[in-house]
Design a protein around this ligand. Structure first.
Ligand code: NDP
Ligand code: 2IT
Length: 456
């Protein structure tokens, strides 16, 4: 065995042993273990010749949340019945700033899902270059079919416990799946009432009460800016590309809109009931109609096919449709190995993860193996939390920037994140390995801050 191969197999052995420990300490938490593997598989080879990180047990410490808070959320439905849900806040890592990350309300929420999201968030926030640590929270509450008053009572009850754990310099939650402007408004109102303080404790707020322009659009727009940078880096352009998008919420609709602005054709969107396909590419009018359907009327995506002649509805996910780019924007593990093979066979050139961990491990490996440009979530969707960071700055300074300023800041931030991925993701191959690049670039700053603090 050559010396190089010997050291590679040693690194693999360390990684396997480390992952065994992570799996053992987190039984029944497959999503969390999956997210740790995805990061550790890039970091182990990087730190192989940097003993300080081993000696100081940095990866062991990073995989353990600083704090997991779990609490009861009782609320009363419109029929007067008392209902009980479980709420969480995972305060994962505060090495480089206050905990920061969204709240998710969905029946699939559990500790494993929130730990994976909080772990990822730590590296993502580091990539933005802003001083934000990693956190995530939410509840196993299903907002579907609930009245506005039921949502309000739930949000107020949730905040009646959460308020004691958060603060503008401690932990600053925001939205995620099932938590948008309406929910943030109810929660901010309750925090202000309990604490008698008007402070930037949440981001994604309404523009009337301290929200930032561009925050609503930031994740979807940022993802498409990132994809444009990936294509440009590899001597290609986004103009004329057909794009498969999943989801039809905040991220998906704004990703579709930015595709239109940049001359690409968004062909699909979806929800948990199936997907819609428009072979001509959605128009702005259709995207606006879908935004209203999902945010205001709270309907199903299938209704778009009843309303527009050139839109068809199908069961399942959109990955069987042929397209140049795929931008999964719904949820975790929504592209498996079989679907990855289908996308590759149909000639997909770029996969940009706008949702968090939408690709299963085997799908990621298949894309890398097939030389498909692969943009990992922590880089691609960092524009959302990036503009949240800018909302925090505006709140502290008690100022409001305009749309143009914020769009430029977002575009520049996505370019800087892209370039950090290129710096650490050049493996000498045909394509940049953005997965490796994002993981290493995100890791270094957090790890070095932890080292500076001593054994904490
Ligand atoms: P929304 O609640 O606005 O929309 C979620 C969309 O995904 C809906 O179309 C929903 O369909 C679909 N979806 C959710 N869960 C599932 C599921 N289990 N199976 C199939 N479809 C599902 O959420 P966002 O757009 O804000 O979030 C989408 C993704 O982007 C998430 O992974 C989130 O973590 C990530 N993200 C969001 C950011 C933000 O700023 N909002 C920032 C960075 C990442 P249905 O209506 O049927 O439930
Ligand atoms: O996954 C994410 O980055 C988000 N849901 C946004 C978090 C935030 O604090 O804006």
């Amino acid at each position: 065995m050559s010396k190089l191969h010997a050291s590679e197999s040693k690194t693999q052995e360390y990684l396997d042993r480390y992952m065994e420990g992570v799996a053992k300490r987190n039984p029944g938490q497959p999503e969390f273990v999956q997210s740790v593997y995805e990061v550790a598989s890039s970091i182990f080879p990087y730190i192989a010749d940097k003993p300080k990180y081993h000696k100081l047990q940095i990866l062991e410490r990073m995989a353990e949340p600083e704090r997991v808070i779990s609490f009861r959320v009782p609320w009363t439905d419109d029929a007067g019945r008392i209902r009980t849900n479980r709420g969480w806040r995972i305060q994962f890592n505060s090495a480089i700033g206050p905990y920061k990350g969204g709240l998710r309300f969905h029946p699939s929420v559990n500790e494993s899902v929130l730990k994976f999201l909080g772990f990822e968030q730590t590296f993502k926030n580091s990539l933005t270059g802003l001083p934000m640590g990693g956190g995530k929270g939410g509840a196993n509450f299903n907002p579907k079919g609930k009245s506005d008053l039921e949502i309000m009572r739930f949000c107020q009850s949730f905040m009646t416990e959460l308020y004691r754990h958060i603060g503008p310099d401690t932990d600053v939650p925001a939205g995620d799946i099932g938590v948008g402007g309406r929910e943030i408004g109810f929660m901010f109102g309750q925090y202000k009432r309990i604490r008698n303080e008007f402070v930037g404790v949440l981001t994604g707020k309404g523009l009337e009460f301290g929200g930032s322009k561009m925050r609503t659009e930031a994740t979807g727009y940022g993802a498409i800016f990132f994809m444009r940078n990936m294509l440009a880096q590899h001597k290609d352009t986004i103009e004329g590309k057909t794009v498969l998008i999943s989801g039809s919420g905040n991220v998906a609709t704004h990703a579709a809109e930015k595709c239109l602005h940049l001359g690409a054709k968004p062909l699909t969107m979806s929800d948990s009931g199936g997907f819609i396909h428009c072979k001509d590419g959605f128009t702005q009018e259709q995207i606006d109609w879908i935004k209203d359907l999902k945010n205001v009327r709270r309907g199903r995506i299938s209704e778009a096919a009843d309303h527009f002649e050139n839109i068809s509805f199908h069961e399942g996910r959109p990955w069987s449709v042929a397209g140049d780019c795929a931008v999964p924007s719904a949820t975790q593990n929504e592209i498996n190995a079989e679907e990855a093979a289908m996308l590759i066979k149909n000639g997909v050139k770029v996969v940009a993860e706008a949702a968090n961990m939408p690709c299963e491990q085997a799908a990621v490996e298949a894309f890398l193996e097939a030389d498909v440009l692969f943009g990992p979530a922590k880089a691609v969707n960092a524009g959302g939390v990036g503009v949240s960071g800018l909302e925090m700055s505006q709140n502290s300074a008690r100022i409001a920037w305009d749309n143009e300023q914020l769009k430029t800041l977002l575009e520049n931030m996505m370019k800087e994140i892209h370039d950090s991925c290129v710096k650490f993701g050049d493996t000498g191959g045909k394509n940049t390995n953005y997965l490796q690049g994002a993981n290493i670039a995100g890791f270094v700053k957090v790890a070095d801050a932890m080292i500076a603090y001593g054994h904490v």
